[in-house]
Design a protein. Structure first.
Length: 176
């Protein structure tokens, strides 16, 4: 069984979110502070959900990632793009992004409204198919302007997958 380490994934996500800040930090103090949290979604006996520390997770567990962006200046920040990476060995849970205006990508280049689709050849014929959720790599929101001293939070959920087990009918061992 594949073991998923939420802490390692969180570190990778934090690093990816911090890269633009590190590059800009040499030129000037960073006006945008970013905080990333990973929380395991746990169902209580009464059916309600609770959030717990996400130190480790196993296939089937649901992890909620929350990215908070805070403007540390008095001036508005413009053209903000809030990007949340989706770790390997997880698949995005459709409809879990908050706000719901997130766009997604499987290639890291083109962000589109989910569900993502792609063109493939089947028996020599071009057909359009949905991109499997396990292939989504990033979600992105476009808040436009973040006023001085304000913060905004974006969340999305992923399910930890066993990359050796099928997650879709007709796909053996997760190999396409």
């Amino acid at each position: 069984m594949t073991k998923f380490h939420a802490r390692a994934a969180l570190s990778a996500l934090a690093f990816a979110l911090a890269l633009p800040a590190v590059a800009q930090q040499k030129a000037a103090p960073q006006p945008l502070e970013t905080r990333l949290e990973a929380r395991k979604v746990v169902a209580a006996a009464d059916g309600k959900e609770t959030l717990a520390a996400a130190e480790n997770a196993k296939p089937g567990d649901v992890i909620e990632y929350a990215a908070t962006y805070r403007n540390t200046t008095a001036q508005a920040l413009r053209n903000l793009e809030a990007t949340l990476p989706i770790p390997p060995n997880t698949e995005y849970i459709p409809g879990s992004a908050r706000p719901a205006t997130a766009k997604a990508t499987a290639d890291g280049k083109e962000f589109l409204v989910p569900p993502l689709k792609r063109r493939v050849k089947r028996n020599g014929v071009d057909v359009e198919e949905q991109v499997p959720l396990r292939d989504y790599r990033f979600l992105r929101w476009y808040p436009g302007v973040l006023d001085g001293g304000k913060a905004v939070m974006y969340t999305a959920r992923v399910r930890v997958i066993d990359d050796r087990a099928p997650s879709e009918p007709g796909i053996k061992g997760g190999v396409k």
